[in-house]
Design a protein around this ligand. Structure first.
Ligand SMILES: Nc1nc2c(c(=O)[nH]1)N[C@H]1C(S)=C(S)[C@@H](COP(=O)(O)OP(=O)(O)OC[C@H]3O[C@@H](n4cnc5c(=O)[nH]c(N)nc54)[C@H](O)[C@@H]3O)O[C@H]1N2
Ligand SMILES: Nc1nc2c(c(=O)[nH]1)N[C@H]1C(S)=C(S)[C@@H](COP(=O)(O)OP(=O)(O)OC[C@H]3O[C@@H](n4cnc5c(=O)[nH]c(N)nc54)[C@H](O)[C@@H]3O)O[C@H]1N2
Ligand code: SF4
Ligand SMILES: [Mo]
Length: 746
């Protein structure tokens, strides 16, 4: 028996595991009590990594579609089939006929998280779609304009704060998002234990709300109104304390002027929160010694996601809690992500939007992407620029994207589709070729993007538990070879090792020319020769060595390298966050912009929301601790127990709609209709119903035996594709008007 130390790659908690292996099989997965970051915490999904690894449905060899069914082929055959499939499309219609969709695991997977940065430019694919536009795009827009970096995201200092106002997040299920911390629920309990307060704003009384001091139900989509009214109150009562940041911020007077319209009395009806309660929330924030306002998915994938994301950060400035212990702070990642570098499209941090528009609906580009809901129409609508080939990478948009029924119908129209994925699921069943990567236990792991909003500065490296199967290329090699083939190289010429060298040398070259980078003016060949490993591992070495703790290639001889990090498998902790706003700002003014014109331009739409009549029942989404978006439902122990894919509805609404617990209800929106089991519960506020996303596994051709037996229904069939948060283009999947009625028998 050998015990391996491993970091779980499934979510932002980054838990440390001890994986015991006997006879080539996992004997047990336990929490690693010595992990410097997670200190012995894990959740049931971490244990299920063994089941994912052993899952008989997990693909180990590439599949090629022959007729109506998939056949296992050799890697050479698979790449040859891709070259043959793409060549006529590229020759006849050009690169613009080829597109890609990149899904959520790309942020967590060791190879994908780094090498997609090489895949995109090397493949020449002009337009990318991603799960980002059903997720955090509003926060990216806000951060781009406030700080000059779309991934510059402040995090609540949960371990030191005295007061947390949390909106649209349920860490009891999600374990935290854009807020990386292990065992976040216990850390929130910790705030209360030291005499502080936790206030949860959510249309549902979640487990997080149940553990808090106060649950404030809110009408979905109105968080921006609530928070503007809180800001209004702070100004009206002389509670604004932004003095310490005076030299680092612009736009305070503009904020004061614009919040004038949004008094608590003006927004109370729209939010369905009494004006006195809003004033109480403002005073609570202001009176606390330290405080944070934090919002997540419920404040992003909703009607006013950008305004909500923006005002959250502004409020933290107004209360005097920005960039100080106990408030909102910036991490200093030990392994910086490539995304922390200045965005090449926006020199000097000057972001612009709408540089091009989507062909069919004319949606403006935002941070290089248009809403993922455009994908179906771009495939289905004939004409110049029509998408004829699609490459999906670790994504399942047939389940996760709004209006997914249309996408499911459009994918068969493609001339060619490739999926880099480990299962035949709702999306990949449409592919002509599927290229599987390794199981999580067959890969090294080292986080980077998530360290940008981790509550402590730390880093961990873990080696693979099992060697990848002989003859299978590593996932980064798959990506690079695919990039070469997409760009027009023959499979023989598309050598991942050569492309890796090209990418890496190009990157070091760019850094050598960047101002204010530790590698500025370096000898490129010398740095390339001195950096260890290949592919993502080499990027880790580079980023660690040029990062805050790095050895700077010798100029700080005691500093960190990848090898030194790997020698401490339990990780290295570099302590709590420290104030560093001045260092992170990349805006043209060099200051934090509190009142960017682009965001304020959306305030008229918000003002109109105040006057809008009540629209009846609205639907929101939820998560469960034992799911991970759409892809863990094939693990028996994660789907056992009672059905989780139920419609939560308040007793009054249930009575009015004539539905009862365990009965089937029909839920209808202007996008579609589904039937689902009902769960009547007063954990919902009246007027709001909740469904989990990520289900609906009973489609023909899906090869997920366990998931098919626990299929559930897909709530995104109800999400209209044209409902977006205007400034970001992010999907609105929370706050969808629906009608609920008893399902017809039969
Ligand atoms: N209604 C509603 N819809 C939502 C949301 C919501 O709250 N409500 N949330 C949105 C959010 S936040 C997100 S992030 C998206 C997620 O949207 P997606 O990223 O499209 O969906 P996932 O279910 O995460 O799909 C992950 C895919 O990656 C594959 N996969 C897993 N591990 C690996 C790996 O190591 N390598 C490769 N190559 N593939 C792998 C899985 O088989 C699966 O196909 O869903 C969004 N959709
Ligand atoms: N176990 C598990 N963990 C996960 C995931 C998973 O699927 N399962 N997914 C991962 C991903 S990709 C992400 S992005 C994160 C998301 O992490 P979280 O943001 O914590 O996501 P949820 O648990 O869905 O919580 C969102 C909450 O927002 C509420 N809500 C909906 N609409 C509104 C609104 O308009 N206003 C307010 N104030 N609240 C609203 C919902 O009722 C819900 O309780 O979780 C990650 N972690
Ligand atoms: S909370 Fe669960 S899924 Fe997330 S990293 Fe920890 S063990 Fe993995
Ligand atoms: Mo997400």
């Amino acid at each position: 028996m050998k015990t391996h130390i491993k970091t779980c790659p499934l979510c932002e908690a980054m838990c440390g595991l001890q994986v015991a292996v006997e006879d080539g099989k996992v004997a047990s997965i336990r929490p690693n009590p010595d992990d410097v970051w997670s200190e012995g915490y894990i959740c049931p999904k971490g244990v299920a990594l063994a089941d994912l690894h052993a899952d008989p449905d997990r693909l180990r060899r590439p599949l090629v579609k022959k007729g109506d069914s998939f056949q296992e082929v050799s890697w050479d055959e698979a790449f040859a089939a891709i070259a043959d499939g793409l060549a006529p499309i590229r020759e006849k219609y050009g690169m613009e006929a080829i597109s890609t969709y990149i899904g959520n695991p790309a942020a967590h997977n060791h190879s994908l998280s780094r090498m997609i940065a090489a895949f995109m430019p090397m493949s020449g694919i002009p337009v990318v779609y991603s799960s980002g536009t059903v997720d955090q795009w509003p926060k990216n827009v806000s951060s781009a304009l406030l700080y000059g970096g779309m991934w510059t995201i402040p995090v609540p200092d949960v371990d030191r704060t005295d007061h947390l106002l949390l909106l649209g997040a349920n860490p009891s299920a999600s374990q935290g998002s854009l807020l990386a911390a292990a065992n976040l629920p216990a850390r929130l309990d910790g705030i209360r234990k030291r005499g502080g307060r936790v206030v949860v704003v959510d249309p549902r009384r979640t487990k997080t709300a149940e553990r808090a001091d106060d649950w404030v139900p809110i009408q979905p989509g109105t968080d921006a109104l609530l928070l503007l009214a809180i800001a209004h109150t702070l100004f009206a009562e002389g509670r604004v304390r932004a003095d310490a940041l005076r030299d680092k911020i612009n736009g305070l007077f503009d904020v004061e002027r614009l919040v004038a319209d949004f008094s608590p009395a003006a927004v109370a009806d729209a939010c369905r929160i009494p004006a006195e309660k809003i004033v109480e929330l403002a005073r609570g924030l202001s009176d606390a010694k330290t405080a944070c306002v934090y919002g997540r998915i419920g404040t992003c994938n909703q009607e006013f996601g950008t305004l909500a994301s923006w005002i959250i950060d502004v409020l933290n400035v107004l209360t005097g809690n920005f960039d100080r212990p106990g408030g909102m702070m910036f991490a200093d990642p030990v392994v910086p992500s490539l995304t922390t570098m200045p965005h090449p499209d926006f020199p000097g941090g000057a972001y612009t939007f709408g540089r091009w528009k989507s062909r069919v609906r004319g949606a403006p580009e935002v941070l290089g992407q248009v809403p993922v809901s455009c994908l179906a129409e771009e495939i289905a609508t004939p004409g110049d620029g029509q998408i004829r080939a699609l490459i999906t990478i670790a994504g399942n948009p047939v389940v996760s994207a709004p209006d997914c029924g249309r996408l499911d119908k459009a994918l068969p129209d493609l001339d060619f589709m490739v999926s880099v994925d480990n299962w035949v699921n709702e999306t990949t069943r449409h592919a002509d070729v599927i290229l599987p990567g390794q199981s999580p236990l067959e890969q090294p792991h080292c986080d980077d993007l998530l360290l940008g909003w981790a509550v402590r500065n730390h880093a961990k490296w873990s080696d693979p538990v099992f060697a990848p199967p002989a003859g299978q290329p590593l996932e980064w090699e798959i990506l690079l070879k695919l990039a070469g083939i997409v760009s027009g190289a023959t499979p023989e010429d598309a050598d991942p090792q050569v492309l890796d060298d090209l990418f890496f040398t190009g990157l070091v070259g760019a850094l050598s020319e960047a101002e204010e980078h530790p590698l500025a003016g370096c000898d490129v060949a010398e740095i390339v020769a001195a950096t260890e490993g290949r592919g993502p591992d080499r990027l880790v070495d580079l980023m660690i060595r040029t990062g805050p703790q790095g050895d700077r290639y010798g100029s700080r001889p005691d500093g960190l390298t990848r090898a030194r990090l790997a020698a401490s498998p339990n990780g290295l902790d570099f302590g709590p966050l420290e104030p560093r706003l001045g260092e992170v700002l990349q805006t043209p003014s060099g200051r934090m912009e509190l009142a960017p014109e682009y965001i304020l331009g959306d305030l008229d739409r918000l003002r109109q929301r105040i006057a809008r009549a009540d629209e009846g029942l609205v639907l929101v989404s939820r998560r469960h601790l034992r799911s991970n978006n759409s892809w863990l439902h094939n693990v028996p122990k994660l789907v056992s127990g009672k059905d989780r894919c139920t419609l939560l509805i308040h007793p009054e609404d249930a009575e009015r709609c004539g539905v009862a617990t365990a009965a089937q209800a029909r839920v209808e929106s202007r996008a579609g209709a589904i039937e689902v089991a009902v769960e009547v519960s007063d954990e919902m506020m009246p007027g709001v119903v909740s469904l989990p996303h990520g289900w609906g596994h009973d489609l023909e051709g899906v090869q997920l035996q366990v998931a098919a037996a626990h299929a559930g229904v897909n709530n995104n069939l109800l999400a209209p594709g044209d409902l977006v948060d205007v400034p970001s283009g992010n999907a609105v999947v929370n706050g969808i008007p629906v009608a609920v009625s008893p399902a017809l028998p039969g």
